[in-house]
Design a protein around this ligand. Structure first.
Ligand code: APR
Ligand code: PHB
Length: 390
């Protein structure tokens, strides 16, 4: 088989890339290890920057998003039992969108079904070959048969645990990493969200986040230890713990109900540089992970896809390779700003088991400074809504 761009991974990122390339008349094939049913059901984060909404709309998958999304003008930060609102719109001129990543995935899959894109689900043993040649190849097996695809370029959109990054020789990648001493326990339920905007709470028992998927579906997160067993968390235990951490006036109106899903995710900051090796281009989680505190994961991944699409389109339309050559640096400039922000917001809102008393007091002072300073709130707001593309 032969294609122009071979894509490894059929997550939001691989599928968005396939969609943008397809619409630009560039052929591609995507290889995804999981089944379509698994991908449709996978629960992820749910906050989109305006730039992400714009590119999804440009990709022709913005209709349901426009109908169903919730627009948030602000958010709340709570500590010492008190809530403080940060007016994102007044401070930055921009708003954010609540729309689940699972919905983005479904919209993309439906669009590809309609368009007839070649997506191979349940592709096993994917491997990458000839990356420094002009004809890199993807090999995979399905139904007991081995297949090979010869490509012009390969896009590694297979997430943190994928094979693309591993295909780069270790001596040419530099890894930057910070693993946090805790995780997030998430729970989804068909209950009215406790507040119409998000509440990020710093509490002595640990961080808590109140978010949502719709006006009738809540999503809550609790800071737990990194090796926490989700089976130790009954619904009752979750609700009791959440009520203890969030401010009393929110706890008083918290609606509880059966969980639809619960899971624990570790927190990590990670960057692999550069994002290119020969004809392989990494994009999204395969190259970088942020802790979820600033909700930057999907938004950053989408920016990589946007830059990669621009570079590939320039190459195929006019033979120009300068955008391909600049791809890694262009992405990294943005990635590092989002890394810094996600790390800062994680440090601000979580309780670190090993924090010195000095560090705890400095964290309290930083929270007090934030809610008392328009300059500090503006800095949060402009990062939270998404920095300009640059
Ligand atoms: N072969 C084929 N497919 C693979 C392989 C493999 N060896 N390994 C992983 N995959 C698939 C996964 O099953 C998944 O569907 O690649 C896809 C990667 O998707 P994501 O993990 O969603 O990563 P990405 O598309 O980069 O999206 C980033 O997802 O994790 C969130 O916070 C993150 O919001 C961000 C977004
Ligand atoms: C979510 O809705 O899942 C969400 C929102 C904001 C975050 C993290 C997760 O910072």
């Amino acid at each position: 088989m032969r294609t122009q761009v071979g894509i490894v991974g059929g997550g939001p990122e691989g599928l968005l890339l396939a969609r943008l390339l397809g619409r630009a008349g560039i052929e591609c094939i995507a290889l995804e290890r999981r089944t379509p049913e698994y991908l449709r059901a996978r629960i992820r984060a749910g906050l989109l920057e305006q730039g992400t909404v714009d590119i999804l709309t440009q990709a022709g998958v913005g209709d349901r998003l426009a109908r169903e999304r919730l627009i948030h003008d602000g958010l709340e930060i709570a500590f010492d039992g008190k809530r403080h609102r940060i007016d994102l719109k007044a401070l930055s001129g921009k708003v954010v969108t609540i729309y689940g990543q699972a919905e983005v995935q479904k919209d993309l899959m439906d669009a590809h079904d309609a368009m007839g894109t070649e997506i191979v689900y349940e592709a096993d043993d994917v491997s990458l070959h000839g990356l420094t040649s002009d004809t890199p190849r993807l090999r995979y097996s399905k139904g007991g048969q081995t297949h090979e695809i010869t490509c012009d370029f390969i896009a590694g959109c297979d997430g943190f645990h994928g094979v693309s990054r591993q295909a780069i020789p270790q001596d040419v990648v530099r890894i930057y990493e910070r693993v946090y001493p805790f995780g997030w326990l998430g729970m989804l339920s068909d209950t009215t969200p406790v507040n119409h905007e998000l509440i990020y709470t710093n509490h002595e028992r640990g961080f808590a986040l109140c978010t949502m998927r719709s006006l009738t579906r809540s999503r809550y997160y609790l800071q737990v230890s990194a090796d926490e067993d989700v089976d130790d968390w009954s619904d009752d235990r979750f609700w009791t713990e959440l009520r203890r951490r969030i401010p009393a006036d929110a706890a008083a109106v918290l609606q509880t109900g059966p969980s639809l899903e619960k899971s624990v995710a570790p927190l990590r900051s990670f960057v692999a540089e550069p994002l290119r090796y020969g004809r392989l281009f990494l994009a999204g989680d395969s190259a970088h992970i942020v802790p979820p505190t600033g909700a930057k994961g999907l938004n950053l991944a989408v920016t990589d896809v946007r830059f990669l699409t621009e570079a590939l389109v320039a190459f195929y339309k006019s033979g120009q390779s300068d955008l391909l050559d600049g791809y890694s640096d262009r992405c990294l400039a943005r990635v590092w700003k989002a890394q810094r922000f996600s790390w800062w917001m994680t440090n601000l809102t979580h309780r670190f088991p090993e924090a010195l008393p000095f560090e705890r007091r400095a964290q309290g002072a930083e929270l007090a400074y934030l809610v008392g300073s328009k300059a500090a709130q503006t800095a949060l707001a402009e990062n939270y809504v998404g920095l300009p593309l640059g």
